[in-house]
Design a protein around this ligand. Structure first.
Ligand code: GDG
Length: 530
């Protein structure tokens, strides 16, 4: 029986040590795990190879054996990396060099020969681990930027194997990519695959242009690159989808519904709730102050005025309904969280009738916490949220609910479902699944999506409020439009996007890529046998 061997940096689960030194497997969040996890779970002919998240040198032999067993029960093969490998390969070359460069942040990219060498060594370690698993007729599907040298390393050992590689993040223009001192090694590494996949035609074109510029190889109309060893590699676009029904269904589960109702109550959307009462009390106090003899403001110093103005808007002063804005991201500088917060702040200043009426639920899941840039970003977001809440909060209303933990999928879907507006404004993003998941959780319902033009999803979701995430006033205006749109118009805008998402799912993405791989690999082999 031929099998599928998925290879990625992380497995869909990580082994984490509890305080009592016992271990527990936790499901990883993030785009890749969300997209391929369900395929792996339901296809018994697949094996998944990746980093365990554990340093084996810190554990006894029997502990390592029991960890391996836990993974193997889930058809996962763990790779163990030591501290220096994690530092050089993962935190270093992958996340401090490739990640910023591929996302058009060349000024954030550190070029360091030592980390590149460790990256190459770890790719070789993956090759050593994968090689014994490959049997005749198997397919190897390598994922993402952590493993760009691996396709060629495996190709040298298995000239006829069927190997695919997919990049989950953008591929930059050749002018940016060429600044990487090892750009040619990386391109040659990738071209070891029979099929090279990207989320969009634009990224595929950037890759082809880099192959032409840096390797001097032509790529024909069909995306074929002829290689020195007589093989052919094919470059194409495969936009990733989501498990639409899973998100639709989960958003209607009891727990997600409870969560949505809780958020609506806290935000004052549901009457008769404790919070709504206290908000009214606060508003009444402001109104009372305002109806004293003479103009209400004449009794207060200039410094008091902004506070009272805010409180008055929270009372009957504003005709606005209560609304909820949501966003869900890994805490990553490419996701544009500070820029988005500034746009939200601008909106409250420019349209104060929304003060006390709109609440922003910002879920920022911890990510790469040991990388200094990410630590600085966390501090920056903490500070901005504090600043905005400090500036605009009423006694019983905060503009921003800020959550910095990872949540299970049901509460996540509850948050999506509660959002009248989703604010998805990455500065650069390969695809962005959050935008798609939000629409699935609003199947048949209103829900306005404000979406960055700088992500792959914008190429498909053209009925969203598309914005340049760097343009604070444009995001502010789009957010305002999204808050103002009628339910009917919102539903109408979503219909075509939802129909597409239902049809192009994570499962069809997996099968589509694998079918193309089977086809191009057989052609490449046939050519070689001639
Ligand atoms: C990479 C590319 C591309 C987030 N927090 C929680 C949670 N999530 C889930 C979301 C979504 C996923 O993580 C994030 O996916 P994105 O696509 O938005 O972003 P990346 O993680 O950067 O993914 C990206 C993707 O790969 C796939 O190719 O789209 O461009 O950068 O599914 O729901 N899930 C749970 N709890 C959380 O706290 N359960």
């Amino acid at each position: 029986m031929s099998r599928l061997i998925i290879v990625s940096n992380r497995l869909p689960f990580s082994m984490e040590e509890n305080e009592d030194k016992s271990f527990a497997l936790r499901q990883n969040v993030g785009g890749l795990a969300t997209a391929i996890g369900p395929y792996h779970k339901t296809h018994r002919d697949s094996i998944w190879v990746g980093w365990s998240g554990i340093d084996a040198s810190e554990h006894t032999k029997s502990e390592v054996e029991s960890i391996k067993k836990e993974f193997s029960d889930r058809r996962c093969v763990p790779i163990f990396l030591d501290e220096s490998e994690v530092k050089g390969y993962y935190a270093g070359f992958s996340n401090d060099t490739l990640w910023p460069l591929l996302h058009d942040f060349p000024h954030e990219a550190n070029f360091n020969e030592e980390t590149f060498n460790i990256y190459a060594d770890v790719n070789e370690k993956f090759a050593d681990m994968v090689a014994p698993l490959i049997h005749k007729g198997d397919t190897v599907w390598i994922q993402d930027y952590h493993l760009m040298l691996l396709p060629q390393m495996l190709r040298e050992r298995f000239p006829k194997a069927s190997i695919g590689w997919f990049l989950h993040v953008p591929f930059p223009s050749p002018e940016i990519f060429r600044s990487l001192p090892w750009s040619r090694e990386i391109l040659n590494g990738i071209l070891g695959a029979d099929l090279v996949g990207f989320h969009t035609v634009d990224y595929a074109n950037s890759f082809k242009a880099s192959v032409k510029l840096l390797l001097g190889k032509d790529v024909d109309e069909q995306g074929h690159v002829e290689l020195e060893d007589g093989r052919r590699s094919t470059v194409d676009a495969f936009p990733i989808g989501i498990d639409y029904n899973l998100y639709r269904r989960t958003s209607r589960s009891n727990l997600a519904t409870e969560m949505r109702r809780g958020i609506e109550a806290v935000c004052g959307k549901r009457t008769g709730q404790r919070y709504a009462t206290s908000l009214t009390a606060e508003s009444n106090a402001a109104t009372e102050a305002s109806t004293k003899e003479g103009a209400w403001w004449s009794h207060y110093s200039r410094e008091d005025l902004p506070e009272l103005t805010l409180a008055r808007f929270a009372a009957s002063g504003s005709p606005k309904p209560k609304k909820v804005i949501v966003s869900i991201d890994r805490l990553d500088y490419t996701k544009g969280i500070p820029e988005r917060l500034r746009a939200f702040e601008l909106m409250l200043g420019k349209y104060p009738e929304w003060i006390g009426h709109v609440t922003y639920y910002l879920l920022a899941t911890p990510s790469r916490e040991n990388v200094p840039t990410y630590k600085r970003l966390k501090e920056q977001v903490d500070q901005l949220v504090g600043q905005i809440n400090g500036k605009y909060s009423l006694l019983s209303w905060n503009p921003i609910h800020y959550i910095t933990r990872s949540l299970p999928i049901k509460p996540v879907c509850g948050i999506y479902a509660a959002g009248d507006v989703a604010l998805v404004t990455p500065l650069r993003d390969g695809m962005n699944l959050v935008a798609k998941e939000y629409l699935a959780c609003h199947d048949g319902r209103a829900g306005a999506l404000v979406l960055s033009d700088m992500c792959g999803a914008a190429r498909e979701l053209d009925q969203a409020f598309i914005v340049n995430p760097y343009d604070t006033s444009a995001v502010c205006e789009a957010l305002h439009d999204a808050l103002e749109i009628s339910n009917e118009d919102s539903r109408r805008r979503n219909i075509a996007m939802q129909a597409r998402l239902k049809f192009r799912t994570a499962a069809t993405w997996c099968t589509g890529f694998l079918a193309s791989l089977a086809q191009v690999a057989s052609t490449s082999l046939a050519d070689k046998r001639l």
